[in-house]
Design a protein around this ligand. Structure first.
Ligand code: C2O
Ligand code: CU
Ligand code: CU
Length: 464
């Protein structure tokens, strides 16, 4: 609804079941009863308030990924929306800002939280998902993820494919057990003690069923025309290298028009496109290059067997196409020069020991909500040098950044534009540059392999 110059939404987080695999019902945790949750569409600079009501059996936290959001609404991992029945003294209850359990008025408000998003930012595909400390990965796995699209007049005027020819695609993988239940190894007591299980869990949890917008390997009917595909990898840990292949083995161009944080300055053409967890790519594909009746399969070159297939398009009919991909897409992609940076910081993303067990660490330390890891001054430009042991998709809250270099060389073609998540490949050093502007307060940066994040690979960023 709209009231007083602010768009208001209400979302109830609740349990439900859905038919994902034919003939079975999968129990899910959802935003408003669907997986993915409802897609919210907003205009740039028009604030949105989303009231989240928690009817799940566990505390939750909502984060708008890619949003430029004041800290109070950014979904800090201990800023919980409590469930009806939750014992006092539970995890996270000691944190500041938590209403007292003995205050009857607080007892009502703690079940509900209003998140306010100014959305004073470049238009792009954002996503909202759970961010509760230590439990983000299983919560997302059970269904707590949805899309939030921000638009503006300049982008609308470009003439990119729109309406039915614009398709947001949330790609995830899941594993299913008996009766359609989701399998998540760490929560499955029958698996927990078995040797050999800890290793795959450490690497992050993979499923063998690929879902696009919650449906397994969907086939979508399209016109013989250009389509705008707004791709999000919402998988906990799976990486994809996407290509679009016709029946006769031709690869269609993936024309990239946007990155995590909005339109590129100019299109970049890819034959295949790597996409790490939490990354988004805004792509145009021209199905007019396929005969009517033909098929285009979207495949993951990193998958094998049935995880190689992602989805397919069937070209159903000839059609008029008034869309276009302009040579100049945007003139407001920020460019920061290395010489503007007032500081260079180094962060290692590596496995290590924590609490006597195995964890994932940034700069040798596991996440601690009580410790400030990095303090930056509002408005400062900084270069961050990120070094990885294995594959880590690194995400910064609050700001978009540019990729400056990979292993001392230039960035790769898919690093173009303004990003909020960068895929560090095994053994790689990547430099990013950004200006820390927008809001003061406490934010996060972390690995977006959701299991790595839960196992400590997250740090506090204080903007002062
Ligand atoms: Cu997509 Cu800190 O999150
Ligand atoms: Cu985020
Ligand atoms: Cu990681």
């Amino acid at each position: 609804g709209t009231a007083g110059g602010i768009d208001r939404y209400e979302i109830t987080q609740r349990e439900t079941t859905a038919e994902i695999l034919p003939g079975t019902r999968t129990p899910l945790w959802t935003y408003d009863g669907t997986f993915p949750g409802p897609t919210i569409e907003s205009r740039r600079g028009r604030p949105v308030t989303v009231r989240h009501r928690n009817e799940l059996p566990v505390p939750t936290v909502v984060h708008l990924h890619g949003g430029r959001t004041p800290a109070a609404s950014d979904g800090y991992p201990t800023d919980l929306v409590l469930p009806k029945a939750w014992p006092g003294g539970a995890h996270g209850m000691h944190m500041s800002g938590m209403p007292s359990m003995h205050d009857p008025r607080a007892a009502e408000t703690r079940l509900v939280r209003d998140y306010t998003f100014p959305l004073d930012q470049r238009p792009t595909l954002l996503w909202y998902h759970d961010h509760r400390m230590d439990f983000t990965a299983p919560a997302i796995w059970r269904g707590l993820a949805g899309l939030h699209i921000v638009r503006d007049d300049a982008e609308d005027a470009l003439g990119l494919p729109a309406g039915d020819r614009e398709l947001p695609l949330m790609i995830t993988d899941r594993a299913f057990g008996a009766g359609g239940r989701l399998r998540y190894p760490a929560l499955d007591p029958s698996l927990r003690e078995r040797p050999g299980v800890q290793e795959p869990y450490l690497a992050g949890v993979l499923g063998d069923v690929i879902l696009v917008n919650g449906a397994p390997w969907p086939v979508h009917e399209v016109d013989a025309a250009r389509y705008r595909l707004r791709v999000l990898n919402a998988s906990n840990a799976r990486h994809y290298d996407l290509e679009a292949v016709t029946d006769d083995g031709r690869r269609l161009d993936l024309v990239q028009v946007g990155a995590d944080q909005g339109l590129l300055a100019a299109p970049v053409v890819h034959r295949s496109l790597p996409i790490a967890p939490a990354e988004r790519y805004d792509l145009v594909i021209d199905f007019a290059r396929v005969p009517v009746g033909g098929r285009v399969r979207v495949v993951n070159r990193l998958g094998s067997g049935r995880t190689r297939d992602v989805m397919a398009f069937r070209v159903a009919r000839k059609a008029r196409d008034g869309s276009r991909v302009p040579r100049v897409l945007s003139s407001d992609v920020p460019v920061w020069r290395r010489s503007e940076a007032v500081r260079v910081r180094d962060f290692s993303f590596r496995a290590g020991r924590m609490d006597g067990g195995h964890g994932w660490l940034i700069g040798g330390r596991a996440f601690d909500p009580a410790r400030t890891d990095v303090t930056v001054r509002l408005g400062d430009v900084e270069v961050w040098r990120l070094v990885a042991d294995v594959h880590h998709p690194v995400h910064l809250h609050l700001v978009g950044f540019r990729v400056l270099s990979r292993d001392g060389g230039p960035p790769l073609p898919h690093d173009a534009g303004l990003k909020d998540t960068v895929s560090l490949r095994p053994g790689e050093a990547v430099e990013i540059i950004t200006r820390f502007d927008g809001y003061r307060g406490r934010y996060l940066f972390h690995c977006h392999n959701a299991e790595h994040e839960d196992m400590g690979m997250m740090a506090n960023l204080e903007v002062v």
